[in-house]
Each structure stands twice: as structure tokens, then as C-alpha cells.
Design a protein around this ligand. Structure first.
Ligand SMILES: NC(=O)c1ccc[n+]([C@@H]2O[C@H](COP(=O)([O-])OP(=O)(O)OC[C@H]3O[C@@H](n4cnc5c(N)ncnc54)[C@H](O)[C@@H]3O)[C@@H](O)[C@H]2O)c1
Length: 370
């Protein structure tokens, strides 16, 4: 088995606490499933700023680019509130995404049966939910030019951002969505605003054209939905969706909305992927959807499951260990079934556990399936 290299960037706040649990899981797989995953650890975010006066050193960036996958905890916190904008911990994430060309952001929204009551929606609406939002991450209105705030007549000012997409940018993210749908329930919904935006119309046309041009996608059912309707449908009947593909702006909103259907931030992983480079390599970064949770940092109560599920995504999408990813996901389900809960998902009659106890419980379930 070829050695895989992953870079662990624990970051700030609860980052190091939850990363510790992910490391225990990696060690378990190396020892018991002979996966040969080599990992090294570096500073990022505020922790890097404190040491190097920058949230991401070039050396760490190069190491990230050279890894089979990056696993990131979280960055930021009030300690760095007064730091120069360009050196804020969060800038490390933007630089990593930009330099690694991570254009596709994968955000699963899965409702664990045991946590059905954590959702604000009725159990029958949410039970069994398993959707994947594929968000374009490096284009659209967040990056388009011209942009800025400029003075105009009468002492007024004008704020400008440009929503811009090329065919290539649309097609490459649509391809990710179709390829993932082939491995799932073979349904893709493309969300846009083609009724009022030219860039939205181009989005719709290019997604459809890519689909029409490739016979291998014929087993997938593709439908186009206006992004505002998609937002409504997500709360009305979320189980109608399998894969949703959308642009940077709508993806930002829809993925947060979908994530919250499932109840807790501490349970939600994410992946960001690049195109293949000329050597056939894809760069990737995996991280929980939540932030550094400074309000609970150091208390030993953070939920490590989003972090552990992020590693499961790395196993599946970057390291080609599909079976091991499924094993890990099923171990987490068993722990929840046993009634173990960290504070964020606590329920009456269930057993409250610490970050470490939750990690240990997942390992105990893995041990049963050795
Ligand atoms: N990807 C990232 O690193 C990332 C993402 C979002 C925010 N941030 C940064 O994190 C800092 C805090 O931001 P915030 O408070 O708005 O969002 P947050 O996600 O850190 O916390 C929101 C709430 O959810 C709780 N929470 C989050 N993750 C949890 C977990 N694993 N277990 C239990 N509870 C959890 C927190 O205690 C808090 O009450 C800010 O500096 C922000 O910029 C970083």
C-alpha cells in the first residue's frame, strides 16, 4: 500500500482539542487497518500569528500543497480581534483555498437518526436526510472585478461587486457534482437565478450542456431550480434532494441552511477540492463547518465528531479508502445510538461525555469491528 501524507493544521480555540481525537482515529487505522497514513502537524491561524507574525507561513503553504490531504481544525478568536486585517487568523483559510485552487466545496447535510429531535423541523421531514451541497468556491461575486466602494455625486457612495462566471468555471464544478451523484442517488439539482441574472442563465445553460454532452451522466436526473425556490424547498421537503450544485454566493447561503436542518454545528464536516494538476494530483482540504468556538475552548467539552467526519471524508475523497470511511461513519452512529452526547447535542436521558470520551467511544466501536 502506498504511503499517504496528510498535513494536520489544528489552529485555534477548540481546534487542537478536536484534532487530538482525529489523530487517535488516524493512529487506530494505521495500526489496525495498515493504512500507512503519515501525518505531520503545523501551526495555522492565530497560533501561527503568535509564533511567526503571519497566520500562514510560506513553508506551511508549500507543505499543504504537497500533501495528499490537509485536515484543518479551526482558526480565529477574540485574542486576535485587533490584529491587522491582512494578518487575521481567518486569512490563512482564504490563502490556502486560493493557492491550493480549491474550487469545489462539498458540504454534506446528513441527519443522524439518533439526533432527529435536534432539528427544528418535524422528524418525518428530516429523518433519513442525506444531501450533498457542492458549492463553487473561487469565483462569482466574492471575487469578481470591478469591486469596491467609490464616491459619487452629492457626497453619496456606491458599493460595487461583480457577479461573473466563465463556462469553464461552471463546467468544472458541475462535473464534480455529476461525478459525485453517480456514486450516490443519481440526482442533481442545479440552483441559479437564471430568471434575473445573465450569469445565472449561463450557469444553467452550461450545466445542461455538460450533462447533454456526456452519455455517462444519462443515469442521473438533472433539474434546474431557482435558488430562492431551492431555499424554500430545503425547509419544505429537503429529502427531494440528492446533490445540489450552485455558485459561490447561493452556495454560501444554501449550505448553511441545509447544514442547520440537521441540528448541530458540531456534527458537520466539509471538503474542498481542486482540479487535477498536470501530474493527475488533486489538492484537498477537510475541515469542520464550525469555527474555533472560543466560548468553550479549553473546557474539554467540544464535540469532535465534525472533525472526525472530516477525516472520514478525506478517507473517501482523497485517500481512496471508501470502506474505512464507511467503517468510521458507522462507528459514530453506534456511539450516538448508545446515547453518548457532548454538551452541544445533549438530550434528556442521554449520557453527557467530554471531547476525549467521545473520541475514545468511537475507537471502542471501531475495536468491535477490527
Ligand atoms: N473554518 C474556520 O476556521 C472558521 C469558521 C467559522 C468561524 N471561524 C472563526 O471562529 C471564531 C468563532 O466564531 P463563531 O463563534 O461565530 O462560530 P463557532 O462555530 O466557533 O461557534 C458558534 C457556536 O457553536 C458552538 N460550537 C461550535 N463548534 C462546536 C463543537 N465542535 N462542539 C460544541 N459546540 C460547538 C460554539 O461553542 C458557539 O456557541 C471566530 O473568530 C470566527 O472568525 C472560523
Amino acid at each position: 500500500m502506498t504511503k499517504k501524507n496528510i498535513l494536520l493544521l489544528a489552529g485555534d480555540g477548540i481546534g487542537p482539542e478536536i484534532m487530538l481525537e482525529a489523530k487517535k482515529i488516524i493512529d487506530w487505522f494505521n495500526k489496525n487497518k495498515k493504512l500507512d497514513i503519515d501525518y505531520s502537524e503545523e501551526l495555522v491561524g492565530g497560533a501561527s500569528y503568535d509564533e511567526n507574525e503571519t497566520p500562514l507561513t510560506d513553508q506551511v503553504l508549500y507543505k499543504a500543497m504537497d500533501s495528499d490531504a490537509v485536515l484543518l481544525g479551526a482558526v480565529g478568536g477574540p485574542k486576535w480581534d485587533t490584529v491587522d486585517f491582512a494578518k487575521k487568523p481567518e486569512r490563512a483559510l482564504l490563502r490556502l483555498r486560493k493557492e491550493m485552487r480549491l474550487f469545489a466545496n462539498l458540504r454534506p447535510a446528513i441527519c443522524f437518526e439518533e439526533l432527529v429531535s435536534a432539528s427544528s423541523l418535524k422528524p418525518e421531514v428530516i429523518s433519513g436526510l442525506d444531501i450533498l451541497i457542492v458549492r463553487e468556491l473561487t469565483g462569482g461575486i466574492y471575487f469578481g472585478e470591478p469591486r469596491g466602494i467609490e464616491p459619487i455625486e452629492n457626497g453619496e457612495r456606491r458599493g460595487v461587486n461583480t457577479h461573473v462566471y466563465t463556462s469553464k468555471e461552471i463546467r468544472r464544478v458541475a462535473k464534480v457534482a455529476f461525478d459525485l451523484a453517480l456514486k450516490r442517488n443519481k440526482k442533481v439539482t442545479s440552483a441559479d437565478k437564471s430568471n434575473v441574472m445573465e450569469a445565472g442563465l449561463l450557469w444553467k445553460e452550461e450545466v445542461q450542456a455538460l450533462y447533454d454532452e456526456h452519455a455517462m451522466y444519462k443515469s442521473i436526473s438533472l433539474n434546474h431550480m431557482l435558488a430562492d425556490n431551492c431555499a424554500m424547498q430545503l425547509v419544505r421537503n429537503p429529502k427531494q434532494f440528492d446533490v445540489i450544485v450552485t455558485d459561490n454566493l447561493f452556495g454560501d447561503m444554501l449550505s448553511d441552511e441545509a447544514a442547520m436542518l440537521t441540528g448541530s454545528l458540531g456534527m458537520l464536516p466539509s471538503a474542498s477540492l481542486s482540479e487535477k494538476d498536470k501530474h493527475g494530483r488533486t489538492r484537498s482540504m477537510y475541515e469542520p463547518c464550525h469555527g474555533s468556538a472560543p466560548d468553550i475552548a479549553g473546557k474539554g467539552i467540544a464535540n469532535p465528531i465534525a472533525m472526525i467526519l472530516s477525516f472520514a471524508m478525506a478517507l473517501k475523497y482523497s485517500l481512496n479508502f471508501d470502506q474505512e470511511a464507511e467503517l468510521l461513519e458507522s462507528a459514530i452512529k453506534l456511539v450516538l445510538k448508545d446515547g453518548l452526547r457532548t454538551a452541544d447535542i445533549t438530550e434528556k436521558g442521554k449520557q453527557n461525555v467530554s471531547t476525549t470520551q467521545m473520541g475514545d467511544a468511537v475507537i471502542a466501536k471501531l475495536e468491535l469491528k477490527k
